[in-house]
Design a protein around this ligand. Structure first.
Ligand SMILES: Nc1ncnc2c1ncn2[C@@H]1O[C@H](COP(=O)(O)OP(=O)(O)OP(=O)(O)O)[C@@H](O)[C@H]1O
Ligand SMILES: [Mg+2]
Length: 233
């Protein structure tokens, strides 16, 4: 099963009196039951492709499918619903809400789905604990280090058990040991049937966690290396 795919995606940004083409017909498939890494030089379009693939950014042209639904067939409300329910995001900016505690920030996807904040915060605790954040549950984001903030963003991406998890440099702010813990958690998520994890990274230390490595350069996907085949599911 393919969790998400992009075919011949072109992305152009307006600005500076012209259009800049950033993706030149990029294609990628993210199979369920595995962890896919997306690698390539700075500025080659990884974050842009991740944003298009998760329905956060509308492509100029090309086709994107997430969990069997073609994004261009959905209206805005349906696209937002799909994103909220089925996708977890970890972006380069953590976007934590400054007035909410660690536990409350991690609980946001559950609150958006209709759960009471107190109940949702309780539900967020186990994943925060796995990420070594047990002592910080009631702190505010400004009382945390960069790496701790990153772990809150990771917990928030996983708390509602989304089918597709997309992560932009999830270990950038972390030391080797904490980065290892994060990648083991993401690998465990990816191993579940019907779930998939896509990770953009510069960090060659985490290549060992990948089932597939997809390489990008200059707005194009060059190819992929398969390291482990997912179990049939
Ligand atoms: N909103 C935007 N408007 C104009 N240009 C943009 C916009 N977003 C990205 N770009 C340009 O698109 C190109 C690809 O950017 P992108 O952020 O996807 O790269 P990246 O591979 O994620 O790089 P990095 O590894 O440094 O995060 C860059 O040249 C960038 O300047
Ligand atoms: Mg980027």
């Amino acid at each position: 099963m393919i969790a998400a795919s992009a075919r011949n995606v072109v992305m152009e940004f307006e600005g500076g009196g012209g259009r800049t083409r950033v993706l030149h017909g990029a294609s990628i498939e993210v199979p369920a039951g595995g962890l896919t890494l997306l690698v390539g030089p700075s500025g080659c379009g990884k974050t842009t492709l991740l944003s298009v693939l998760s329905g956060t950014l509308a492509a100029t042209s090309g086709e994107v499918e997430v969990m069997g639904e073609r994004l261009s067939d959905l209206d805005d409300a349906a696209r937002v619903r799909l994103r909220r329910r089925r996708i977890g995001f970890i972006f380069q900016q953590y976007n934590l809400l400054p007035s909410l505690t660690v536990a409350e920030n991690a609980a946001i996807p559950l609150v958006t789905a209709g759960m009471k904040l107190s109940e949702a915060s309780r539900r967020a605790q186990p994943v925060l604990e796995r990420l070594g954040m047990a002592a910080h549950l009631d702190k505010l984001p400004r009382q945390l280090s960069g790496g701790q903030q990153q772990r809150v963003a990771i917990a928030r991406a996983l708390v509602h058990e989304p089918a597709l998890v997309v992560c932009d440099e999830p270990t950038a702010a972390l030391d080797a040991k904490t980065g290892h813990t994060v990648m083991e958690l993401l690998r465990a998520v990816a191993a579940a049937p019907g779930r998939a994890v896509l990770v953009v990274t510069h960090d060659s230390r985490i290549h060992e966690f990948a089932d597939r490595i997809v390489e990008m350069e200059d707005g194009r996907v060059l190819g992929e290396r398969i390291l482990h085949r997912p179990e049939a599911n």
